[in-house]
Design a binder for this molecule. Structure first.
Ligand code: ADE
Ligand code: ZN
Ligand code: ZN
Length: 301
């Protein structure tokens, strides 16, 4: 091409490119990577029976790996419009979560939030092996995704700022919003700076931490006394506490977040990814390989 020749882009394309530069991306969930990592960890902790049931339910396209379908629920979020509120739950700007007060969609329908969804899809999966009208493949893909979501602190955030979506920030020099920082940016920065740009190396490190550094914590994470529903309620309570104590803490509109924020928050993100993986495995093991005490079908709260 001659040095002075310019490439003329059609106007709509120019407009789209400008829009991408000025409007921070609206975040939906742990990014694709977060969900894949949660499910890669869960796969390692599945019992033989649970792994066999998961294999039987996975779609052909999954290539036999649960982790490949874990971001799926985000890709159908706008197509399955009714499922959009099932990815999160918001509180009225308070640092506690109450199912009866908070778990509803914008039309006030009870149970239409991430905690209700986890209980509901768990309940559906209990019909595995029986005649059922549920599409259990979808139930599994939704469940695996939402267990990840409920562990992203800002998926249990404040209603006024939509879990940080309306809080505009800079992540280092890039424009972002606080929700996106927790879905994607902290993970991306960790992968780039600590794990040689490899998500698989990050997953291996998290798995290693689970067998040494965090090994004493696992029984505590797995502790789920509630035999009638999942412990998703407890996971949401933990998330709103992390939102208040870490995600929202010292953040205001327009702030630039850099090293200080990253170094104090990424340990929380890593812990939440690992917890989500362990707990997803726990739920699937209870469903597909539960002992008699765990055989009671789970009820939506
Ligand atoms: N939309 C509104 N609130 C949200 C939240 N907490 N997480 C994700 N998306 C949302
Ligand atoms: Zn989601
Ligand atoms: Zn999100």
């Amino acid at each position: 091409m001659a040095p002075h020749q310019r490439v003329l882009l059609p106007f709509p394309l120019v407009f789209l490119l400008l829009l991408l530069l000025v409007v921070p991306p609206r975040a939906d969930a742990w990014g694709k990577e977060g969900h894949i990592m949660v499910c890669k960890i869960a796969e390692k902790y599945l019992s033989e029976k649970a792994a066999a049931a998961v294999q039987a339910l996975l779609p052909e396209s999954a290539g036999g790996e649960l982790s490949t379908v874990c971001p799926w629920a985000d890709t159908v979020r706008w197509h399955y419009h009714w499922a959009s509120p099932l990815h999160y739950v918001n509180t009225p700007q308070v640092c506690n979560f109450k199912y009866s007060r908070d778990c509803h969609n914008s039309r006030g329908q009870q149970g239409m939030c991430v905690v209700g969804a986890i209980n509901n899809y768990t309940d559906q999966l209990y019909s595995y092996g029986q005649k059922t009208s549920y599409n259990l493949t979808e139930s599994l893909m939704f469940l695996a995704h939402f267990v990840g979501d409920v562990h992203q602190p800002l998926h249990v955030g404040f209603e006024d700022d939509e879990g940080g979506n309306t809080i505009t920030v800079h992540w280092y020099r890039r424009k972002a919003n606080l929700h996106h920082v927790w879905d994607v940016s902290i993970i991306d920065t960790a992968i780039k700076d600590f794990y040689n740009k490899s998500m698989d190396t990050m997953v291996e490190t998290l798995k290693m931490n689970l067998t040494d550094g965090w090994s004493d914590d696992i029984t505590h994470w797995e502790n789920c006394e509630n035999k009638h529903a999942t412990c998703a309620n407890d996971y949401a309570i933990e998330s709103i506490h992390y939102s208040c104590n870490y995600a929202y803490k010292d953040v205001e509109q327009g702030i630039t977040l850099g090293d200080d924020y990253f170094f104090t928050r990424y340990p929380i993100v890593e812990k939440r990814l690992a917890q989500a993986g362990i707990r997803l495995a726990l739920i699937l093991n209870r469903i597909f390989d539960g002992d008699k005490a765990d055989d009671i079908p789970l009820r939506v709260q």
